[in-house]
Write a protein that binds this ligand. Structure first.
Ligand code: NAD
Length: 335
C-alpha cells in the first residue's frame, strides 16, 4: 500500500497533476462544504493562517495576476493559488478568471500536487456561503433570493438550496438576460423560480446571496426584512460594493477573515464610514467552533462577508488531490 503523508496525500514519488476535469469528477459539494467548514474552524482556533496576498496589474493583456497562500496546521495544507483575471480571454474561448493551486508537503517542502483551480474556486466560494447559511440562517427559511447571475451564481444556488428546506427561489440581476441560467437550475431541482425587482427580493427572501461585480449598493437596508441572512460574496477587491453600509450597521456581521473583510470585503465601506468596527465582525469559524452563538434571535439580520481566502483554495485542492490519488485519476511527473 502507498504510504500517506501528514497532509493526507499519498507519498508516491513525484508531483500529482490533478486536471480541471478530474477536480469536477472527484470533488462534490459535500466534500467542498466540509473542507471549507474545517478550514474556517482552523482559522478561528489559530491553527491556520493566510499569508499576505500579492495582486498586481502586470501591464500586459490587461491582466491582474497574483497569488494567495497560507498554511493550515490542522489540515496539513501548505501551498498557494496563483492566477488572476484576464479580461480578453472570452474572445479566445477561455475563462477570464484563471487559477492553479500548488501544494507542498509541510514536512519536507517538496512539491506534491498541481491542481486546476477554476472549478475549485467556484465550489469553494459556493461552499463558503453555504457554510454561512448552515450556521446562521433561520432554520425555517423558505425563500432564497439570488442577486447576480454570472458564472459563480449557479454554483452558489446549488450549494445554498441544500442547507434549508427552500420552497422557492427569487432572483434579480442587473443584466436580466442572464437570469434564465438560474431558472434552468431551479427547473432541474424542481424549485419554483421568479424574477423580481430588488425591493420585492428584500421583502420576500429569508436568505439572500449577492454574487455580482458591482461597485455600488444593490440592496438597501430598508428593503431587508427582520430575520434575513445575507451572504455577500461578490466584493473581493477595494472599491467593489453590493449592499448599503447601513445594512452592515444593522446586521450582526460575520466573515471568513476580518482583515480582508475590512480592507477588500463588503465591510470596507461601513468601516470607512464609521458605521462598523473590525471588533464588531466575527470570524465564522468562531460560530463553527461554538465560541460564538451565531444568530441569537429570529428577528436578527445576519450578514456573512465572504471575501475568499487562500486557505479555502488549499483546503479544496488538498481534498481534490487526495481523492484523485485514491481513485487513481491523478497523473504524475518528476521534477
Ligand atoms: P461574472 O462576470 O460571470 O458575473 C458577474 C455578475 O455581476 C453578473 O451577475 C453581472 O450581471 C453582474 N455585474 C457585472 N457588472 C456589474 C456592475 N457594474 N454592477 C452590478 N452588477 C454587475 O463573474 P462571477 O465569476 O460570477 O463572479 C461574480 C463576483 O464574485 C465577482 O465580483 C468576483 O470577483 C467575485 N468572486 C468572489 C469570490 C469570493 O471568494 N468571495 C470568489 C470568486 C468570485
Amino acid at each position: 500500500m502507498t504510504p500517506t503523508l501528514s497532509n493526507g496525500i499519498a507519498a508516491k514519488q513525484g508531483i500529482a497533476i490533478v486536471s480541471e476535469a478530474v477536480c469536477e469528477a472527484v470533488v462534490g459539494r459535500a466534500d467542498a462544504f466540509s473542507a471549507i467548514e474545517n478550514v474556517f474552524a482552523a482559522m478561528a482556533s489559530g491553527d491556520a493562517y493566510n499569508f499576505p496576498v500579492v495582486r498586481e496589474a502586470i501591464g500586459h493583456a490587461n491582466a491582474l495576476y497574483g497569488f494567495k497562500s497560507g498554511f493550515d496546521r490542522a489540515g496539513m495544507a501548505l501551498g498557494l493559488k496563483s492566477g488572476g483575471y484576464w479580461p480578453d480571454n472570452t474572445s479566445r474561448g477561455l475563462t477570464n478568471h484563471q487559477s492553479t493551486v500548488m501544494l507542498f508537503d509541510p514536512d519536507t517542502g517538496q512539491a506534491k500536487a498541481i491542481v486546476g483551480g477554476n472549478y475549485l474556486t467556484a465550489v469553494r466560494t459556493a461552499a463558503s456561503s453555504a457554510v454561512s447559511i448552515a450556521h446562521l440562517a433561520r432554520p425555517d427559511a423558505k425563500v432564497l433570493g439570488m442577486v447576480g447571475a454570472g458564472h459563480q451564481s449557479t454554483f452558489q444556488l446549488r450549494a445554498a438550496v441544500e442547507q434549508r428546506q427552500f420552497e422557492r427561489v427569487i432572483a434579480w440581476n442587473p443584466h436580466p438576460e442572464y437570469l434564465p441560467k438560474l431558472e434552468a437550475v431551479c427547473n432541474e431541482l424542481g424549485l419554483p423560480f421568479e424574477a423580481v425587482d430588488r425591493q420585492q427580493l428584500g421583502a420576500q427572501a429569508d436568505v439572500i446571496i449577492t454574487i455580482t461585480s458591482a461597485f455600488e449598493p444593490l440592496l438597501m437596508r430598508d428593503w431587508i426584512k427582520p430575520g434575513t441572512h445575507i451572504a455577500c460574496m461578490g466584493t473581493d477587491t477595494k472599491g467593489k460594493q453590493e449592499v448599503d453600509p447601513e445594512l452592515l450597521a444593522a446586521a450582526t456581521v460575520f466573515t471568513d477573515e476580518v482583515a480582508q473583510s475590512i480592507s477588500i470585503g463588503e465591510a470596507q465601506h461601513a468601516v470607512a464610514e464609521s458605521k462598523l468596527t473590525a471588533e464588531q465582525i466575527t470570524p465564522i469559524g468562531q460560530v463553527i467552533n461554538a465560541a460564538h452563538p451565531g444568530r441569537t434571535s429570529d428577528d436578527e439580520i445576519t450578514l456573512f462577508d465572504g471575501t475568499g481566502v487562500g486557505l479555502q483554495d488549499l483546503a479544496v485542492a488538498s481534498t481534490a488531490a487526495k481523492l484523485a490519488i485514491e481513485k487513481d485519476q491523478a497523473s504524475w511527473i518528476q521534477l
